[in-house]
Design a protein around this ligand. Sequence first.
Ligand SMILES: [Zn+2]
Length: 374
Amino acid sequence: MQRRVHELRDCGREREPQDPHHQRHARAEVPWLGCEHCLPQRLQRRDRSRLRQGLRLRHPLQDQRAAEVPQADVDHLQREPVRHHQDGLHRDRSADPVIPFLLLAVVLTAVLGLAVGSFTNVVVYRVPAGLSVVHPRSACPRCSTPIAARDNVPVLSWLLLRAKCRTCALPISARYPLVELAVGVFWVAVTTWMVMAQPPLAEPGPAAAFMLQLTALLYVATISIALALIDIDTKTLPDRIVWPSYAVVGVLLAAAGVLNGDLEAVARAAAGAGILVGAYFILLMVSGGMGLGDVKLAGVLGLVLGWFGWQQLIVGAGAAFLLGGVFSIVLIALGRVKRKQGIPFGPWMIAGAWIGIFAGVPIADTYLSLVGLR
Ligand SMILES: [Zn+2]
């Protein structure tokens, strides 16, 4: 009987009945679970796989098997993943590999995001004016002194220069560091969300697919800020940004879908782009409140929303009209704009899309349960 127990629950050690390890099994409080050597390891293995399933549960791309893990169980495991090892003998310090990875990713994306934010400023000012974004180097608009590298460090230089040109003391708008900061914060938010929703696995295929999706999302985050500012400034959404975005986002997501073996998501992305372009084109024809730029941008946003899921697509598109509509009504009521004047709709499309990406699934679930469909 003793021997049978040990064979059932052995932990890869000696199996001789006289072995001290075997005797510990017999003395253990719950012999059929194992001794203090093998029990913590098994619990940890189970916890890790359950934690992974729990995280997958939140991601729309993952399979439905994860739904078998009760949510309360998942919450408990996420809060206290190593609680079982109170004896301290077998505490595994690398119990949760997601956290160190996340810290590294956040620091890296914050630095890169600030640098890209600096370039976003250049794009926002030069692209609507039809100028090159790489040549000439940035210079002070009054004294034409080229901006030195030490005065071009995101946010920090603006603070150290006290918002003035080093040569002629021309005030520098706070908009520059704010845009840099906004892109940096957006990048960190997107990376954190991606790591939490879809932790990169150790296998090369899923890890590469994760990186491709993350790159696509960071690209969309950057053009989101650039296009929103340009639309507010000039009421245009330049083709020079929108057209290449179809290629960038399309290729990255298609490659991620192939690596993940998730061709359904690729097809959904294409359908999402088609549906949103169609819907916005009909609105343009019927109401005239839209611009052709909005129709073109709708396709890019449709690609991303469709990739993540139908719920994200519907919530993302709906939120744009809700936000834009409420904002217009407020402005008209305050007498700030005339009814026919129109507001740039691009920023609302973009804000709506990000609500769809981040919160499309919980919003759709809440709505469906409110109307009694779930
Ligand atoms: Zn100057």
